[in-house]
Ligand binder design. Structure first.
Ligand code: NAG
Ligand code: NAG
Ligand code: NAG
Ligand code: NAG
Ligand code: NAG
Ligand code: NAG
Length: 345
């Protein structure tokens, strides 16, 4: 049997024990602080969790009272980072990021032809905004191109404030009687300058000199300039050495200086030779002479081996030398075999 006094006594003991139980240091919650923070609390004392700057509370209570049991209630508080506005797209550029959460940093770059107008990187702040402000990619522009001497702009479409956007072109023309050196088109580069500009120069060629034994025709003008043409020709038996038409080039020179070369008399009375791959009778083929530059091959005899070989001869400005190995027989020496009838070596 239990006496009422014992019950009373034990309930008193129990009360004392409960009243004496303290709460321990509260659990840490990531990114949160506790106030006041101590290593123990008496029952009835209050603590408050605060999310650290840049973090927001989610789920659960923030304020707790140390209970008589000395055990803190289950704490479901979680502090999550603030999220800055979406900043994953930069027109004409690119954004590098992992997340848009505090305290991350994102960085920016622009495509070719655009420059970063603003900051290179921005951080998501405690307040959940980007700092500094997000940049934009603005197009690279070029100032008006300088106009080269003796040139005019023939095509140019500037934008506002006379500036051109990257990739736009300006086309130049030379004044009359001036010749262009370089590319007529300049392009606004991604560096904001122009590609190389052309140059305009006056080009004059000297009057062509009439060749000996020939003639030259050219436009009847005060001066001959770039791209003017002259044509050459030769009298009767003379042959033009060089092109018939020449042109005044950018350097004030003619593309060529043709001359007239004499043809050759053939002194050999009778011989079969090779001309342009075929056997011909020299006395017939060249009875009016050989033209400058023409070439034939004579047959010569190798006496020991009793065979024939060939040697070349060419008409050069009136001179034609018959190879010394070639032997012309007298028309009376009919018993002798001509070299061209002997088997080749
Ligand atoms: C830079 O950006 C600002 C605002 O976006 C704009 O007003 C300004 O014209 C830009 N600067 C250039 C040089 O494009
Ligand atoms: C733009 O260029 C034109 C002709 O080159 C000139 O007359 C005009 O004053 C320029 N405008 C500005 C804003 O510079
Ligand atoms: C160009 O040259 C020609 C002669 O070659 C001359 O008659 C003409 O006047 C010149 N033009 C100019 C604009 O200088
Ligand atoms: C001149 O330059 C333009 C671009 O700037 C290029 O497309 C073109 O091929 C060039 N012309 C010559 C003849 O080099
Ligand atoms: C344009 O600017 C870039 C960079 O400053 C330079 O390397 C280049 O030589 C310049 N081009 C011309 C044609 O001046
Ligand atoms: C013209 O050509 C000649 C020979 O072909 C050369 O010696 C001379 O330097 C050239 N002149 C120019 C201006 O290029």
């Amino acid at each position: 049997m239990i006496s009422p006094a014992l019950i009373l006594f034990s309930s008193f003991l129990c009360h004392v024990a409960v009243a004496g139980r303290t709460c321990p240091r509260p659990d840490d919650v990531p990114f949160a602080t506790v106030t006041p923070l101590r290593s123990s609390y008496d029952p009835g004392e209050q603590i408050t969790y605060f999310c650290k700057p840049g973090y927001m509370s989610r789920g659960g209570m923030r304020r707790f009272t140390c209970p008589l049991t000395g055990i803190w209630p289950i704490n479901t508080l979680r502090c999550t980072p603030r999220v800055c506005p979406f900043a994953g797209i930069l027109e004409n550029g690119a954004v590098r990021y992992t997340t848009f959460e505090y305290p991350n940093t994102i960085s920016f770059s622009c495509n070719n032809g655009f420059f970063l107008n603003g900051t290179k990187s921005a951080q998501c702040t405690e307040e959940g905004i980007w700092s500094p402000n997000l940049p934009v990619c603005s197009p690279v522009t070029c100032p008006p191109p300088p106009t080269p001497k003796f040139a005019v702009l023939s095509a140019y479409e500037p934008l506002a404030r006379n500036r051109s956007v990257y990739g736009k072109q300006a086309v130049f023309k030379c004044l009359p009687n001036y010749t262009m050196f370089g590319n007529d088109t300049a392009t606004c580069t991604a560096h904001g300058n122009w590609t190389e500009l052309p140059e305009c120069r006056e080009v004059k060629c000297p009057f062509p000199i009439r060749p000996d034994n020939g003639f030259v025709n050219y436009p009847a003008k005060e001066a001959l300039s770039y791209k003017d043409k002259a044509t050459y020709g030769c009298h009767d038996t003379y042959v033009l050495d060089g092109p018939e038409e020449v042109e005044c080039n950018k350097f004030g020179n003619w593309s060529a200086q043709p001359s007239c070369k004499a043809s050759c008399k053939v002194s050999v009375k009778k011989a079969t030779v090779i001309f342009e791959g075929e056997r011909v009778k020299i006395q017939e083929k060249f009875k009016n002479g050989m033209l400058h530059g023409q070439k034939v091959s004579f047959f010569c005899k190798n006496k020991e081996k009793k065979c024939s070989y060939t040697e070349d001869a060419q008409c050069i400005d009136g001179t034609f030398e018959v190879p010394s190995c070639f032997k012309e027989h007298s028309s009376l020496a009919f018993w002798k075999t001509d070299a061209w009838d002997v088997k080749p070596c």
